[in-house]
Design a protein. Structure first.
Ligand SMILES: [Mg+2]
Length: 113
Protein backbone atom coordinates (compact mmCIF):
# COMPACT_ATOMS: atom_id res chain seq x y z
CA UNK A 1 0.00 0.00 0.00
CA UNK A 2 1.29 3.45 -0.87
CA UNK A 3 1.62 6.22 1.69
CA UNK A 4 -1.52 8.38 1.82
CA UNK A 5 -1.04 11.77 0.21
CA UNK A 6 -2.54 14.84 1.85
CA UNK A 7 -2.73 18.46 0.79
CA UNK A 8 -3.89 19.72 -2.57
CA UNK A 9 -0.52 19.69 -4.42
CA UNK A 10 0.23 16.14 -3.25
CA UNK A 11 -3.31 15.05 -4.03
CA UNK A 12 -2.99 16.33 -7.59
CA UNK A 13 0.45 14.79 -7.96
CA UNK A 14 -1.16 11.44 -7.22
CA UNK A 15 -4.16 12.14 -9.46
CA UNK A 16 -1.81 13.02 -12.34
CA UNK A 17 0.07 9.73 -11.83
CA UNK A 18 -3.19 7.75 -11.82
CA UNK A 19 -4.39 9.57 -14.96
CA UNK A 20 -1.08 8.92 -16.74
CA UNK A 21 -1.21 5.24 -15.78
CA UNK A 22 -4.80 4.90 -17.01
CA UNK A 23 -3.88 6.72 -20.23
CA UNK A 24 -1.23 4.10 -20.83
CA UNK A 25 -3.56 1.18 -20.16
CA UNK A 26 -6.73 2.14 -21.99
CA UNK A 27 -7.47 0.51 -25.33
CA UNK A 28 -9.92 3.31 -26.15
CA UNK A 29 -9.48 6.45 -28.20
CA UNK A 30 -9.31 9.65 -26.15
CA UNK A 31 -12.89 10.89 -26.62
CA UNK A 32 -14.37 7.54 -25.65
CA UNK A 33 -12.02 7.30 -22.66
CA UNK A 34 -13.25 10.76 -21.54
CA UNK A 35 -16.86 9.56 -21.79
CA UNK A 36 -16.03 6.44 -19.78
CA UNK A 37 -14.15 8.36 -17.07
CA UNK A 38 -17.01 10.82 -16.63
CA UNK A 39 -19.53 7.96 -16.64
CA UNK A 40 -17.56 6.22 -13.91
CA UNK A 41 -18.43 9.08 -11.54
CA UNK A 42 -22.05 7.92 -11.75
CA UNK A 43 -20.97 4.34 -11.14
CA UNK A 44 -19.15 5.39 -7.96
CA UNK A 45 -22.12 7.52 -6.86
CA UNK A 46 -24.27 4.39 -7.18
CA UNK A 47 -21.81 2.55 -4.93
CA UNK A 48 -22.21 5.30 -2.30
CA UNK A 49 -25.96 4.81 -2.40
CA UNK A 50 -25.63 1.04 -2.14
CA UNK A 51 -23.35 1.44 0.91
CA UNK A 52 -25.79 3.93 2.41
CA UNK A 53 -28.66 1.49 1.95
CA UNK A 54 -26.68 -1.12 3.90
CA UNK A 55 -25.54 1.40 6.55
CA UNK A 56 -29.14 2.39 7.24
CA UNK A 57 -30.50 -1.14 6.95
CA UNK A 58 -33.11 0.26 4.61
CA UNK A 59 -33.50 -2.95 2.59
CA UNK A 60 -34.91 -5.65 4.93
CA UNK A 61 -33.78 -8.33 2.50
CA UNK A 62 -30.13 -7.23 2.85
CA UNK A 63 -30.08 -6.17 6.51
CA UNK A 64 -27.83 -3.63 8.17
CA UNK A 65 -24.05 -3.59 7.69
CA UNK A 66 -22.13 -2.62 10.86
CA UNK A 67 -19.30 -1.40 8.63
CA UNK A 68 -21.76 0.49 6.46
CA UNK A 69 -20.70 4.02 7.32
CA UNK A 70 -17.04 3.19 6.71
CA UNK A 71 -18.08 1.90 3.29
CA UNK A 72 -20.05 5.10 2.68
CA UNK A 73 -16.93 7.12 3.48
CA UNK A 74 -14.79 4.96 1.20
CA UNK A 75 -17.23 5.23 -1.69
CA UNK A 76 -17.52 9.00 -1.25
CA UNK A 77 -13.73 9.14 -1.56
CA UNK A 78 -14.00 7.05 -4.74
CA UNK A 79 -16.45 9.61 -6.15
CA UNK A 80 -13.99 12.43 -5.40
CA UNK A 81 -10.98 10.61 -6.86
CA UNK A 82 -12.91 9.49 -9.93
CA UNK A 83 -14.12 13.03 -10.53
CA UNK A 84 -10.59 14.41 -10.10
CA UNK A 85 -9.17 11.91 -12.61
CA UNK A 86 -11.93 12.90 -15.05
CA UNK A 87 -11.18 16.58 -14.41
CA UNK A 88 -7.45 15.96 -14.92
CA UNK A 89 -8.34 14.22 -18.20
CA UNK A 90 -10.34 17.12 -19.66
CA UNK A 91 -8.62 20.13 -18.08
CA UNK A 92 -5.39 21.91 -19.02
CA UNK A 93 -4.82 22.63 -15.30
CA UNK A 94 -7.16 20.62 -13.11
CA UNK A 95 -5.67 21.89 -9.86
CA UNK A 96 -6.21 25.55 -10.85
CA UNK A 97 -9.69 24.75 -12.16
CA UNK A 98 -10.67 23.10 -8.90
CA UNK A 99 -9.35 26.08 -6.90
CA UNK A 100 -11.22 28.50 -9.16
CA UNK A 101 -14.47 26.57 -8.85
CA UNK A 102 -14.10 26.14 -5.09
CA UNK A 103 -13.70 29.92 -4.76
CA UNK A 104 -16.84 30.46 -6.83
CA UNK A 105 -18.91 27.91 -4.89
CA UNK A 106 -17.64 29.05 -1.49
CA UNK A 107 -18.32 32.73 -2.31
CA UNK A 108 -21.82 31.84 -3.43
CA UNK A 109 -22.53 29.70 -0.36
CA UNK A 110 -20.74 31.66 2.36
CA UNK A 111 -22.42 34.88 1.29
CA UNK A 112 -25.92 33.45 1.76
CA UNK A 113 -27.96 35.45 4.21
MG1 LIG B 1 -16.07 2.41 -5.33
Amino acid sequence: MTTPQTGTPLLFETIRKIKAKLDGLTPLERDLEVVMRIGKIGEEAGEVHEALTLALGQNPRKGKDPEGWTKVENELCDVVFTALVALETVSEDAEAKLAERLAYVSDRTLNLT
